[in-house]
Design a protein around this ligand. Structure first.
Ligand code: PBG
Length: 323
């Protein structure tokens, strides 16, 4: 049936009709807020390349947890700065480092808040890579034990979910085994299964002081040209015991999100990364774009592509707009 029998505008005539036929939803509970904790700070400090984002002292953790609950967010994901960096990422394993300390305070302040801890070594190693370095290369297998011990450190401190973002082969299995051995078999793994070597992480590395000191991350993060490879990565991580999987970045990879949604039944997330955030923020600050409309449209696109949940620095703003 074609025009005039079919008139697509009939279902767009009123807000009630538009709401009835809306195909995807976007709610605060779909959003996970990334938080940066820095043990060197006494006061929150703005991240210059991420307007509206701050690095927090651990003392702010309880307040932030209450804020996340009040905004009805789906949860938070914690990133930490090291007190001291070293080749073996000493502060990633320390029970009194920023992340475990913040986890304990957040858990005490908000017993029901979902706490996710990012598991990676790049903010903890002196060379800024996500694994152990030997001879100018990032060594896969020696990195696994460190990553697994880091995950156990965070799970012990109260993380419901540990989220390895390093892209070493076999890390999900190593973490699953270590959690089970530590009687933490009830904690979930959110694997950054398909993480691309992206230009959109720039502002994050600024926030986290985690840029590599030599080379780049292309020997472990994925080539942006590939999507079939992403499906292999996801399948492997699920076989190794991942409970939830993540695709990162989100906006330039919505086709990958869509393809993964069609192939896998596991819960699927998209990481709306720092560069995506800052690009929109900058345009909004220049007055070139309507921030609220553009942010909500962007987040909706990730849900439409098939993401169950979204990690985004816009989480608190978006939750307020959606409320
Ligand atoms: C650490 C990590 C990165 C991000 C999350 N975890 C950066 C990187 O791989 O260099 C990026 C997040 C963002 O850009 O918002 N491996």
């Amino acid at each position: 049936m074609t025009f005039p029998q079919t008139r697509m505008r009939r279902l767009r005539r009123t807000g009630a009709l538009r709401a009835l036929v809306r195909e995807t939803s976007l709610e605060p509970g779909d959003l996970i807020l990334p938080l940066f904790f820095d043990p060197a700070l006494k006061e929150p400090e703005a991240v210059a390349s991420m307007p509206g984002v701050q690095r927090y002292p651990v003392a702010e953790a309880a307040n932030l947890a209450r804020l996340a609950v009040a905004a009805r967010l789906g949860g938070v994901i914690l990133f930490g700065q090291a007190r001291e960096k070293g080749p073996d990422a000493p502060d990633a394993l320390a029970p009194d480092a920023a992340v475990p300390e913040a986890l304990r305070r957040m858990r005490a302040a908000a017993p029901d808040l979902l706490l996710i801890a990012d598991v990676c070594l790049c903010a903890y190693t002196d060379h800024g890579h996500c694994g152990v370095a030997g001879d100018g290369e990032i060594e896969n297998d020696p990195s696994l034990e460190l990553l697994a011990r880091t995950a156990v450190n965070y799970a012990r401190a109260g993380a419901d979910v540990v989220a390895p973002s390093d892209m070493m082969d076999g890390r999900v299995a190593a973490i699953r085994r270590a959690l089970d051995e530590a009687s933490l078999g009830d904690r979930a793994i959110l694997s950054y299964a398909a993480k691309y070597a992206s230009a959109f992480y720039g502002p994050f590395r600024d926030a986290q002081a985690s840029a590599p000191r030599f080379g780049d991350r292309r020997s472990y993060q994925m080539d942006p040209a590939n999507s079939r490879e992403a499906m292999r990565e996801i399948a492997l991580d699920l076989e190794e015991g991942a409970d939830l999987v993540l695709i990162k970045p989100a906006l330039a990879y919505l086709d990958v999100v869509r393809e993964a949604r069609g192939r896998f039944d596991a819960p699927l997330g998209a990481y709306n990364v720092s560069g995506e955030y800052s690009a929109l923020k900058a345009a909004a600050l220049m007055g070139w774009i309507d921030e609220r409309a553009a942010v909500l449209e962007t987040l909706q696109s990730m849900r439409r592509a098939g993401a169950d949940f979204i990690l985004t620095y816009h989480a608190l703003d978006a939750a307020a707009w959606l409320a």
